[in-house]
Design a protein around this ligand. Structure first.
Ligand SMILES: [Zn+2]
Ligand SMILES: [Zn+2]
Length: 334
């Protein structure tokens, strides 16, 4: 079992997950070695269901049994979880600076497609919609567990983004704590709301849709922009146009629309940046803080074309070598 550690030095939780180090490829990724790509050994390919823990959720063809082939989207516990539902979510102070907790939580893998070679840019739109409907299902299910404070949905695509298997998949981790980054975002948004009585994100989106300088694409209910002060080159964000603090509040129809927007955006990034490795993260309010007036969920997409180096790690200040307005124009035209 892993351990959660907190230090008042930086007010942040860290997962000490020594079990995961069993994966020898963990150390190879850092050197940019692509993951093994053999269908025979792939635990996510149809027919290999017994190589993974039993499924927790599945969209499958009528008449097919659980944990056999015949599925379209399959959700399984991660075989090498960062957090597990063992132990409990109680915090144990070690002294007045350090705290420790069981590595308690959930870590699931969403296998997006039976076909090893399809991805979100090549799948039929119906399949992409099903993937997003499963994001919604699992997000809502894990958020309902009172022991989890935050539910993080993410995708690592390509070795430069930390992929351990090339079969298309996403992941979801439910944690019994709220990470510092999210606490900070909530604090900033709450302060803005206290001062101006408005959601800072709604206000920002209004301005961005006026100037259109950093606008990449828009649908009826979603807007895609490059961030004004983005940390990374081509760091892109997708926002719902209506105010909502939690991803789980999305309706099935809105979720289908989001799938279409995401596929369009990922195709643009693929064309513009020659199929880059990338990460996708859903940034939602804490699981049990629903309908916040001051916070607004969004999805961030970071192509891994630039690397944080000594200066960034030492200062927390990022050097972005691509002007966000130029990135937006480039993606609009892609
Ligand atoms: Zn596979
Ligand atoms: Zn808002």
């Amino acid at each position: 079992m892993s351990e959660l550690r907190y230090s008042s030095l930086n007010k942040e939780w860290v997962i000490i997950a020594t079990d995961r180090a069993k994966r020898p490829e963990d150390f190879k990724y850092g050197k940019g070695v692509p993951p093994a790509d053999s269908r025979e050994k792939c635990p996510f390919c149809p027919g290999h269901e017994s190589k993974t823990p039993p499924e927790v959720f599945c969209l499958r063809e009528k008449g097919t049994a659980p944990n056999t082939s015949g599925w379209r989207v399959r959700v399984i516990p991660n075989q090498f979880p960062a957090l597990t539902p063992e132990g409990n979510h109680k915090r144990h102070p070690i002294n007045d600076i350090y705290m420790s907790m069981d590595g308690f939580g959930a870590h699931e893998v969403i296998v997006e497609n039976p076909d090893h070679d399809q991805n979100l840019t090549t799948m039929d739109i119906r399949q992409v919609e099903e993937v997003f409907s499963v994001y919604r299902e699992r997000y809502i299910a894990l958020s309902a567990d009172r022991r989890y404070e935050s539910v993080i949905l993410f995708k690592n695509n390509g070795p430069g983004a930390g992929t351990s298997l090339s079969h298309p998949h996403s992941q979801i981790i439910a944690m019994p704590v709220t990470p510092l980054m999210l606490r900070h975002r909530l604090d900033v948004a709450r302060e803005y709301f206290d001062n101006y009585g408005d959601c800072i994100y709604c206000h920002m989106l209004e301005k961005e849709r006026e100037t259109k300088d950093r606008l990449v694409l828009e649908s009826d209910n979603f807007v895609v922009i490059e961030l004004f002060a983005s940390f990374f080159a081509f760091e892109t964000a997708v926002y719902p146009k209506w105010h909502a603090s939690n991803f789980g509040a999305i309706t099935p129809e809105q979720c289908r629309e989001l799938a279409g927007v995401m596929q369009k955006l990922l195709i643009k990034l693929k064309r513009a940046l020659d199929n880059p490795d990338y990460n996708i993260m859903v940034a939602s309010a804490p699981a049990h803080e629903q309908d916040l007036e001051y916070y607004h969920w969004f999805i961030k997409i970071v192509p891994r074309i630039s690397k944080a180096a000594g200066f960034e790690l030492g200062s927390g200040v990022f050097i972005n070598t691509v002007v966000p307005e130029a990135a937006a124009k480039y993606l609009r035209d892609a």
